[in-house]
Design a protein around this ligand. Structure first.
Ligand code: FMN
Length: 404
């Protein structure tokens, strides 16, 4: 079945060198029998012509916010009502910046601001424009609003440089849209409930001091974000982090492993449990009620914390249908992940190598291997990319698990 057939896409084309690729995208969307309406920004017309766009879409091109004829139909409202999703290709640094601040000074930005439909952006720009803190902060703000990003990819650029910033190829955008609408269809039919743990825990020595670990919580937050984006009722139980709460996620903030465990129990039953938190294995057995003084002698005794992943995986009556654990390893990644599946009885382990400085704790990037309990499923490696993209891939696999 062609899931894209008769879908209505509002395509916004911006003024970047990759604008020519939007023509190929239109051609491929037409092949899938998608209905397309287009908005061209003023600057996009420096790169492609309305004539080529209108010939390919067989629909008129919209480009003017202040058009008396169009505004009789209130284009900036009706276009958004008409479509199933808004796709912005190429999404320029300028348009990303405008949208992230809720500007509405042309038809494209006004339609997006006036819309409650899913907005999907395929950015394309020079590597330094993309990696600039301003752009990254704008992108993160949009992600927090629930906007989706396809790419950009790493490779040779039109400007002669190499790096991250290339627009994703139109054929891959088609694959992305196919997955997006497939998963949307599934999650609108079945109501799933997910529980995600993230971040570190603190184990107190005395009222002022604690032991903790390096976890930033980023990967768990990104997973919660992408589950919620697919309409899954998502609760995030988070240890101390400085991250913003993802859109549409119910957040419960905790400090200690004990608190995380207690809150987890309260959230059962759930269909999906993803244990991404770096829960301290040990807590202090001899907690000092008063702050220890410099002149005092002190020694620490430890006792084991409850293993939340193991608890969920072995729950008699309320075991979530799918239980995922994370394994941060410094050696023998796959072997240790396989052992963890056997000892804890969870379904999948997402293993990452924290000895690599450029991925893992604190980084925006990660590289993971998914190890499955099912013998007929091959382990998979997701090569180095942003934690948000890793989260999207894992979430798609989780959702697919509920259809197959
Ligand atoms: C030749 C040329 C190529 C450009 N390519 C890009 C690009 O790939 N990505 C980008 O963000 N901006 C690019 N720009 C800058 C944008 O055109 C400029 O920021 C413009 O204001 C974008 O307008 P819009 O976002 O309203 O379409 C380019 C400019 C020129 C002159």
């Amino acid at each position: 079945m062609n899931i894209l057939k008769n879908k209505k896409i509002l395509l916004i084309i911006c003024g970047g060198i990759s604008a020519y690729k939007s023509l190929e995208l239109i051609r491929l969307l037409k092949k899938e029998e998608v209905e397309i309406k287009t908005i061209l920004t003023k600057n996009s017309k420096k790169f492609i012509t309305p004539l080529s766009v209108t010939s390919l879409t067989q629909n008129k091109v919209y480009d003017d916010l202040f058009n008396a004829e169009n505004e009789a139909e209130m284009d900036h409202i009706s276009l958004s009502r008409w479509c199933d999703a808004i796709v912005i290709v190429p999404a320029t640094a300028n348009t990303i910046s405008k949208l992230s601040f809720g500007k509405s000074d042309d038809l494209a930005s006004t339609v997006v601001l006036a819309s409650n439909k899913q907005v999907i952006l395929a950015p394309a720009m020079n590597v330094r424009m993309w990696t600039h803190r301003a752009t990254q902060e704008n992108v993160n703000r949009l992600k927090n609003y629930g906007y989706l990003f396809i790419g950009p990819e790493t490779g040779d650029m039109a400007c002669g440089e190499y790096g991250e910033g290339k627009m994703t190829e139109p054929s891959q955008i088609i694959t992305y849209l196919t997955n997006f609408f497939t998963i949307n269809k599934i999650t609108s039919k079945i109501k799933l409930k997910a529980l995600v743990t993230a971040g570190p825990t603190k184990e107190y020595i005395d009222p002022a001091r604690f032991i903790s670990n390096q976890s930033s919580g980023k990967q768990g937050y990104e997973i919660a974000r992408s589950l919620a984006k697919r309409g899954i009722d998502t609760t995030l139980i988070s240890g101390p982090t400085n991250l913003d709460t993802p859109e549409n996620v119910n957040i419960i903030r905790v400090e200690t492993a004990n608190e995380m465990f207690e809150e987890t129990k309260k959230k059962l039953p759930a269909d999906i449990a993803i244990c991404a938190a770096a829960v301290s294995d040990f807590k202090i057995a001899n907690f000092y009620n008063n702050k220890i003084k410099k002149k005092d002698k002190m020694s620490l005794d430890f006792e084991k914390n409850i293993d939340i992943l193991e608890y969920l995986s072995n729950h008699n009556s309320l075991r979530p249908k799918l239980v995922l654990g994370f394994a941060a390893e410094t050696n023998d990644l796959l072997k240790n992940a396989q052992e963890k599946i056997l000892t804890k009885h969870c379904d999948w382990i997402i293993a990452n190598d924290i000895s690599k400085a450029e991925i893992g704790f604190g980084s925006d990037f990660n590289e993971v291997s998914i190890v499955y309990k099912e013998k007929n499923k091959q382990n998979e490696t997701i090569s180095r990319r942003r934690k948000s993209e890793i989260a999207e891939i894992i979430t798609d696999k989780v959702v697919e698990n509920f259809i197959s």
